[in-house]
Structures are given as C-alpha cells and as structure tokens.
Design a protein around this ligand. Structure first.
Ligand code: NI
Length: 162
C-alpha cells in the first residue's frame, strides 16, 4: 500500500470524465487499497480515483464513526434519489475550502464491490451526500461549482498567528 498524491484545485484532470472499469485486476485492487490509505492519511471520508490521477470509475467511502462501514464502489450508477438536504461540504482536492451545497437526502446506488459482486447501497444523510459528491467526481464535476452562493469559507493556514 502507498499514499498517492492528491490532485488539487486547478489540475485539469479533475474536470475529466472517468472511464468504466472493465476488469477488477491486481492494478485496480492496489488502487483501491492506496485510495483508502491516502484518504485516511488526510482524514477524508471519501475519495474518487481521479483525485489520485487515475481516470477510472472507482470510489471509496468511509464515514468513520458515522456508520462504521467501508464502501468500495466500482462503476457506480445512481438508481434513485429522494428529498434534499443543505449540507456543509469539503473535498480533499480543495483542502482549504468549505461551503454549503444541496444534496439529495437519500440515494440508491448500484455498483460492483472489489470482489466484482453487484451491490446496492441505500444511503441517507451523510452517506447520501458522500456518494453524490464522489459520483460527481467521476463526471468531472466538483462541489465548488455547485455551492450555495455566499457560503464559501476559505481557511488560510496559520491565519491565527498575527
Ligand atoms: Ni471531493
């Protein structure tokens, strides 16, 4: 396992559409392990492969104590969304920016897991938010383009030192 470099705001790859995974081979399994390690190292709760520079439709999510599950979603497809929620959001590719966005309250997604099994996940609240955020990445979309006007907060490191 290895920590990979996270692609940051301004990197053109973040705007590209990721390609479906056609075979879950060693390379994909290593990618998944590395994505988890990279995400945990940054205290993130979700990561899409494009964020480590790989244009494949692979997502990992772990909300930690929120629900204690570790999700791997390969070639995910949103089947249904329901309701909406206004939520605070950030992204490991925009490490100093936070803002409010509107996300569905509930989502149903179909995908393959790392064993190639077809899975269906019903996510609510924070899980629904995370799934939508990461699936957006696979389409080259980032949260900063859909924030509620006036809610952007930019955190400057060391701004409390003056
Ligand atoms: Ni993100």
């Amino acid at each position: 396992m290895a920590i990979r470099n996270i692609r940051l705001e301004g990197d053109e790859i973040l705007k590209k559409v990721s390609k479906p995974v056609d075979e879950i081979n060693e390379k994909i399994l290593t990618l998944i392990e590395d994505m988890f390690e990279t995400m945990y190292a940054q205290n993130g709760v979700g990561l899409a492969a494009v964020q480590v520079g790989v244009l494949k439709r692979v997502i990992v999510i772990d909300l930690g104590e929120e629900d204690g599950e570790r999700y791997v979603l390969i070639n995910p497809k949103i089947i249904k969304t329901k309701g909406s929620q206004e939520v605070e959001e950030g992204c490991l590719s925009f490490p100093n920016k936070f803002a409010k966005v509107i996300r569905p309250k509930e989502v149903v997604v179909e995908a393959l897991n790392e064993k190639g099994e077809k899975i269906t996940i019903k996510g609510k609240d924070m899980l629904a938010q995370a799934i939508m955020h990461e699936v957006d990445h696979l389409e080259g979309e980032v949260f900063i383009d859909k924030i509620i006007e006036g809610t952007l907060e930019v955190i400057t490191p060391n701004n409390n030192k003056d």
